[in-house]
Write a new protein. Structure first.
Lengths: 759, 82
């Protein structure tokens, strides 16, 4: 269990205050250095040749013409990568299948999707590298492909892997298929539950695959010397992850690789794995020069990081008074070319906002000819919530119960047994639903063709391996060194927490994100973990600093350390019996470190546990244009239990950003494929994410139900806000025009077609 | 005694469908050993890619976390976020 709460009853000097953003000046002035901003003398530029086919056998690769081009220094194919057998796919603590990861980055025998990498080139300019890539001759045997998840599940579907047998079944299947895995969760007696219901809704829903849409494409510089010592500068969600994955893929010692994190221009889960770093390292090794690689937007869409599209069937039963007695979900998620969609998390999250005695959730992980699914904010949960919160809304309408009343009547709370196993501890689900219901938005009048929708979401949050250092500098200022890339304001929150424990002005505390040689391992930034987990470790390290400060003061005063207290940033005598001494500030003690024992610093490494889950409820008003099918977001309110908002501005930004991404997922975003399985819209002109003019100001309402496992009550906040928007908007559209949208995105052509179909 | 919660898939494979099992062990490693002794093979499954929720709080990759005499210990899949 984590350390004790810090007194303050939720009110603190720095924690909870909107202090100046430490990353702000560099970002607005353009000084912030992102992945593509690094350069080294003699640096080469890399480019990747990608498959134009959705599914094909590689018969031959001839790189001779590319290698002969002037300026080309190295060409690599899968033959240059260590071949990782299935028996060695798992390595150490890495949560990844290295065989799949390797094959996904550089196709070995087959290409499995449009954009699958087959070779890479390093040259003296990017133009030469791209020209050389085009000179590589690849002979393919084109194979039938399958992208739709239901089609891929059929027995006669084109087979991606001839050694893939469905796991999770009673018996190993006789034949391979595209069904990688079945998962199941449940509680109670589902059949008895539905028998007891007075009303039952059963619906099918589909979602399209979407991309995280980070604005900064991944980029890196890698330099491998003759003895194998390597340095990587990279934009990612985890420099230690980059080191761990590169070491595993290239079969080199982790100690050979040092990774320096760049500022990151958005990740949202899409940068929780390696994309270009192994290529750059191999090219650097072969060429004897550093190599820079930057993902193009086209590559980002076609090859890197989208999440699953899905089909689902949802069935919910309730009594006449609105009491839900049974909930059932069946999900099929696109995994992409290799197993590992977030279907399991959809099964676990979907019904968790509700206290339902009988639940069954079954999920299938299905491989298809798309890039491998990568995490995207609360992986899986938004998809499940879309179906469940849509069906729940229809059930409320059938029972003529206000949709928020229906949710409140069935809201999960402390003591609720979840369908995935645990009993909930201290959570703020009812509090967020109540705050939403009591918000003026929920009772504001609506006009013609306008409607209101609500939906709720749940996410576990994550802790994990975390290492930090806190140092008292020579002038009494303080440095916090974190190993977790700052995506959502963690430098600010860590400074605030350290300042609070030290009792010093937050301006005296700075935080930096260190390279992999500076600290022990850190799990990547993801799962809404850093302010919670790194915060706990920083608090522990800072408490250690405080103890050292008391010891130094005791030494200076020549009294017992128990006679020294640390208050308001100063060492003071504990009482009259301790003696009369002038208080010693941080600067006073920092000025005497040489004579009192040397530098003052503390390092902590910990696998932080018990993150405390979070819930959110959103309200949205839409107006539907019956002539065009366009859905306009009129008003949006996102209510979330944040535990304790250490820096409210960043927390609001997380909530607003998550809601905006969910709105895009709901209304416009989708991968569109041609008949050959090639993506037709790999760019922001045709893959339309929301822009500022599409959205009203999203009001973020922060409910603070303190997480008892964090000294300041912090809960993770980054994942939950993307969960409710799709269902909330679907519910609002039905409220506006009486049409239920069961297929995402709810884009103008689909809405118009649904209006026409409804007559 | 603490109560262990297993999901239905694990229960189907190892415990004849029982999803709630009382144990006397006082930390996670001992709980897994006790379960493996009673239901051979389940230990390897619980050690691989699983987390535990002790009284509702999720712990990942732990062995020595204490388990109280009346605790609820739910084995759940390991969770990775975005």
């Amino acid at each position: 269990m984590n350390d004790a709460a810090i007194p303050g009853n939720g009110e603190y000097k720095w924690v909870g205050k909107r202090t100046i953003r430490p990353d702000g000046v560099d970002k607005v002035t353009g000084r912030a250095a992102y992945g593509a901003d690094f350069s080294l003398p003699g640096m080469l530029y890399g480019a990747v040749l990608r498959s134009p086919h959705a599914h094909a056998r590689i018969l031959k690769i001839d790189t001779s013409k590319a290698e002969a081009l002037k300026g080309v220094k190295a060409v690599i194919t899968a033959a240059d990568w260590p071949e990782i057998p299935a028996s060695e796919a798992t390595k150490g603590t890495a949560p990844v299948n290295f065989q799949h990861l390797s094959d996904n980055l550089m196709a070995r025998k087959k290409v499995l999707y449009d954009g699958h990498g087959v070779a890479a080139v390093a040259a003296t300019s990017l133009a030469i590298a791209k020209r050389a890539a085009k000179l590589i001759e690849v002979e393919y045997e084109v194979l039938p492909h399958v992208i739709d998840v239901l089609e891929a599940s059929k027995p006669d579907a084109p087979l991606l892997h001839d050694d893939l047998y469905t796991s999770g079944l009673d018996e190993k299947p006789a034949k391979p298929s595209n069904l990688a895995r079945k998962v199941a969760f449940g509680i109670g007696d589902i059949d008895a539950g539905f028998k007891a219901a007075d009303a039952v809704i059963e619906r099918e829903y589909t979602t399209k695959p979407v991309h995280q849409g980070y604005i900064e494409p991944s980029a890196c510089v890698a330099n491998m010397s003759e003895d194998g010592t390597s340095t990587v500068w990279s934009s990612s969600q985890g420099q230690y992850m980059i080191r761990q994955y590169c070491a595993g893929l290239l079969e080199v010692p982790a100690s050979n690789i040092r990774v320096t994190p760049a500022e990151i221009g958005g990740g949202f889960g899409g940068k929780t794995t390696v994309w270009l770093e192994p290529h750059a390292l191999l090219l650097s090794k072969k060429a004897g020069h550093p190599v820079q690689m930057t993902m193009t937007r086209d590559e980002g869409f076609r090859a890197y990081g989208p999440t699953s599209g899905a089909w689902m069937k949802i069935k919910i039963g309730a009594k006449k008074d609105g009491t839900i007695v049974a909930g059932q979900a069946e999900y099929m998620f696109q995994a992409g070319a290799y197993a590992g969609s977030p279907v399991q998390l959809a099964c676990m999250c979907g019904f968790t906002p509700y206290d339902i005695p009988n639940v069954e959730s079954i999920g299938y992980d299905v491989v298809v000819n798309r890039p491998k699914a990568t995490a995207y904010r609360a992986p899986g949960a938004p998809i499940g919530a879309y179906g469940i919160a849509s069906a729940l809304d229809e059930l409320a309408r059938e029972l003529k119960i206000d949709p928020m009343e229906m949710r409140l009547k069935n809201a999960a709370k402390q003591g609720t047994k979840t369908s995935y196993g645990p009993t909930l501890g201290v959570v703020g689900n009812i509090e967020t639903m109540t705050a939403a219901k009591e918000h003026p938005h929920y009772s504001a009048p609506l006009g013609e063709n306008q409607g209101r929708g609500v939906a709720s979401g749940f996410w576990f949050n994550v802790g994990g391996e975390t290492s930090v250092a806190v140092s008292l500098l020579e002038d009494g200022t303080v440095m916090v060194t974190s190993g977790s890339p700052d995506i959502g304001g963690s430098r600010a929150s860590l400074c605030s927490m350290a300042a609070e424990v030290l009792g010093t002005d937050v301006k005296n505390v700075k935080a930096i994100i260190a390279d992999t040689s500076s600290l022990a391992y850190n799990r990547h930034t993801g799962g809404s973990r850093v302010t919670f987990a790194a915060g706990i470790v920083v608090i522990e390290a800072t408490r250690d600093i405080v103890q050292q400060l008391r010891e130094r003061a005791a030494m200076i005063w020549d009294i017992d350390v128990d006679a020294v207290v640390w208050e308001e940033g100063e060492a003071r005598p504990a009482g009259p019996n301790a003696g009369e001494f002038e208080p010693l500030t941080l600067a006073d003690i920092a000025g005497k470190t040489i004579e009192t024992g040397g530098p003052i610093g503390a390092r902590r490494s910990k696998n932080v546990q018990a993150p405390g889950p979070a819930f959110g409820t959103h309200i949205v008003d839409v107006e539907v244009d019956r002539e065009t099918g366009h859905v306009k977001i009129l008003r949006y309110t996102a209510v979330q239990d944040v535990g304790k908002a250490v820096h409210p501005s960043y927390v609001e930004g997380q909530i607003q950003g998550g809601a905006a991404q969910g709105i895009g997922w709901a209304l416009n975003e989708e991968y569109i494929y041609d008949e050959k399985g090639r993506m037709e819209n790999p760019g922001f002109l045709d893959y339309r994410i929301p822009v500022a003019s599409d959205l009203p100001m999203i009001e973020a309402v922060m409910v603070e139900v303190a997480n008892p496992t964090h000294p300041f009550g912090v809960r993770g906040v980054g994942e939950v806000p993307i969960i409710p928007p799709m269902a909330a908007i679907a519910n609002a559209i039905e409220d506006a025009i009486g049409v239920r949208m069961k297929d995402l995105p709810m884009s103008p052509p689909k809405v118009l077609a649904a209006i026409d179909a409804a007559g | 005694m603490a109560t262990v919660i297993l999901n239905r898939e694990i229960a189907r494979q190892f415990t004849d469908g029982a999803t709630e099992i009382d144990v006397v062990s006082d930390n996670i490693r001992a709980v897994i050993r006790e379960l493996d002794a009673r239901f051979p093979g389940v230990g390897a499954v619980l050690r691989h890619d699983m987390a535990v929720a002790i009284d509702g709080e999720i712990y990942q990759d732990v062995l020595l976390e204490p388990v109280g005499p009346n605790s609820e210990v739910a084995f759940i899949p390991a969770i990775e976020g975005g």
